[in-house]
Design a protein around this ligand. Structure first.
Ligand code: ADP
Ligand code: BMX
Length: 288
């Protein structure tokens, strides 16, 4: 890997410079989720500038949301990035940053990063799940990510969960994202009477043994475990890596593993933390 990478999630925007397969410098800021596309572009350009990017340098961009084959970008969960609908992102980024460019979904990127440089090495049926602002994923079979013309392939947060009981911003009812995504957890805390908490604060309350928080976090982990078993029935996954700030939080993987252990052996792949931590999407943005 050589060049620059961007990872735009619903909560944070990160950029990095790579030399000889190593991440040598990184810069980060909060995502202005309500901002128009132009503001997001300005923030990306600023971070790249800090890292010494020049037009024409190799650049990989990983974005939350769906990028179709014509290079148009849309949020699937409109609640996460309300202004991002059918934006000609390939054209816009080519004009801003040059043609030496790859654009892909953040979780697809993370799955590729882990498959080639992290927890997915050595297996041919690999899955990655991020539990972050939303719930996203990528499936990598024989080294290749599963993709589709409309860019929706791999959007596993929008599968339904048997634990689902709320509307999701994608328009479906009871999705995994509506149970386990960070924004959804904040909403559940609000319903339980706790205002203005984000998932990080809910996680801290869970670690402090607050009953309401334990219910939210355990239900999220259980939904992810069921989802892992479901995905394993479709793709025959050998291994799944868990990422995202919630997925990587202390104790979350253990909760997933505990729920998954109740499934039959055949539906229990090897589940571990993303080896590249929060950097998986940055690695993956450059390795395609
Ligand atoms: P993004 O969605 O932009 O990729 P993250 O992976 O950081 O960003 O996920 C953001 C979500 O993770 C937010 O809901 C935030 O509250 C939550 N979060 C951030 N840090 C932690 C933490 N240490 N423990 C649990 N949750 C966290
Ligand atoms: C959502 C969806 C996916 C994304 C996933 C994780 C939107 C805006 N995003 O399911 O495209 O991969 O979240 O993204 O519809 P993050 O923002 O939580 O990192």
């Amino acid at each position: 890997l050589n060049g620059f990478a961007i990872d735009l999630g619903g909560t944070k925007l990160a950029a990095a410079r790579f030399e000889a397969n190593k991440l040598v410098e990184k810069a980060q800021m909060p995502t202005k989720a309500d901002a128009p596309f132009e503001d997001l572009c300005a923030a990306m350009a600023m971070l790249l500038d800090q890292l010494g990017f020049c037009q024409g340098n190799r650049l990989g961009v990983a974005l939350t949301g769906r990028i179709d084959q014509s290079g148009h970008w849309s949020a699937v969960n409109g609640g996460t990035l309300p202004k991002i609908k059918d934006i000609d992102v390939r054209n816009a980024f080519t004009n801003m940053f040059g043609t030496n460019l790859t654009i892909l979904n953040d979780a697809t990127a993370a799955a590729c990063g882990e498959a080639h440089f992290g927890a997915g090495q050595g297996v041919s049926a690999f899955g990655y799940i991020t539990i972050s602002t939303g719930v996203g994923g990528g499936i990598v079979l024989n080294g290749q990510p599963v993709t589709s013309p409309n860019g929706l392939a791999g959007h596993i947060g929008f599968m339904r969960s048997p634990l689902g009981n709320a509307e999701c911003g994608c328009g479906r009812f009871g999705t995994v994202e509506s149970v386990a995504g960070g924004r959804a957890m904040a909403h559940q805390a609000h319903v339980a009477g706790f205002e203005n908490l984000n998932a990080k604060m809910i996680f801290e309350a869970y670690l402090a043994n607050e009953k309401w928080a334990t219910e939210i976090i355990s239900r999220a982990a259980q939904a992810i475990a069921i989802q892992i078993a479901d995905l394993t029935s479709i793709f025959g996954l050998e291994r799944v890596a868990i990422g995202g700030s919630i997925g990587l939080a202390d104790g979350f993987l253990e909760l997933i593993s505990l729920s998954l252990s109740k499934e039959p052996d055949l539906f229990q792949p090897d589940v571990r933390c993303a080896a590249l931590g929060s950097n998986s999407p940055l690695f993956g943005a450059l390795c395609i």
